[in-house]
Design a protein. Structure first.
Length: 94
């Protein structure tokens, strides 16, 4: 069963470059774990980034998060100062 997540990253002033470097290392790994980046959005002031990401299963997310290449890039995320929140979400009919 496909699972969908909304990732919110609150970036401090000047944190976008390090965050982008982390994302350049981490986002290509999604597909190897059954993940797909649906949307990547950022506010005009570069202080908030949102990702809508889907995985084939919860196990795919767990495998992505445990990937040693992602872990190796974690210092970039740390140096960006980003505060990250991950929320499981669902479609709402309108």
């Amino acid at each position: 069963m496909t699972v969908t997540y909304l990732m919110l990253a609150r970036l401090p002033a000047g944190g976008a470059a390090a965050f982008d470097a982390y994302e350049s290392a981490a986002l290509p790994l999604l597909a190897e774990h059954g993940g797909h980046l649906e949307r990547r959005l950022r506010t005009l002031d570069d202080r908030l980034e949102a990702h809508l990401v889907s995985f084939a299963s919860e196990e795919g997310l767990a495998a992505y998060r445990a990937d040693p290449r992602r872990t190796a890039a974690a210092p970039l995320l740390d140096s960006s100062g980003a505060v990250v929140e991950l929320l499981a979400v669902r479609d709402v009919r309108h």
